[in-house]
Design a binder for this molecule. Structure first.
Ligand code: 4NP
Length: 153
């Protein structure tokens, strides 16, 4: 099983989702490969945003070693599940899908949460620290559900 987390810049939301998921599969000794990518190329090669890295660190997750990369069509071949953070990410990923099988791999990550009012993980880049905490909480809940789904396969 291979899971890809996707956002716009691959420096805030998807690295956090990636770090959370990696930690959880490791803790549960599951054979799952996790990675993340951005639909844009602005930050390729860069480290995650310092505010996200700090938020993650306080929660016991080290995302400092991640390096941003851009989503590519080959990711549809590599990954089984592709979780996107918002509708814009969804559109950008699905735009380069080659067929129905590619499209079927793509899902808004918050659709996993039952009774969820928000359907998009908000982009915290231009906001304050509370935005990063909120992103962490949403992604912590979502990755719990992914983990639970994997454990019951
Ligand atoms: P992310 O956040 O998509 O969660 O990594 C962003 C990071 C950078 C930019 C936008 C969103 N940017 O415009 O540079």
């Amino acid at each position: 099983m291979k899971i890809l987390m996707v956002c716009l810049g691959n420096i805030c939301r998807s690295p956090m989702a990636d770090g959370l998921m990696r930690k959880k599969v490791q803790e549960h000794k599951l054979d799952v490969y996790v990675d993340s990518a951005g639909t844009a190329n602005y930050h390729v090669g860069g480290a995650p945003d310092a505010r996200m890295t700090e938020t993650a660190k306080r929660k016991g997750i080290d995302i400092s070693g991640l390096q941003a990369r851009q989503f590519a069509v080959a990711d549809f071949d590599t990954f089984d599940l592709i979780y996107v953070m918002d509708h814009s990410n969804y559109d950008n990923v699905v735009r380069i899908a080659r067929n129905e099988a590619d499209r079927n791999k793509v899902q808004l990550i918050l659709e996993l949460l039952p009774n969820q009012m928000e359907i998009e993980v908000p982009d915290p880049y231009y906001g304050g620290q509370d935005g990063f905490e909120h992103v962490f909480d949403l992604l912590d809940k979502s990755t719990d559900i992914i983990l639970n789904n994997l454990s019951h396969e």
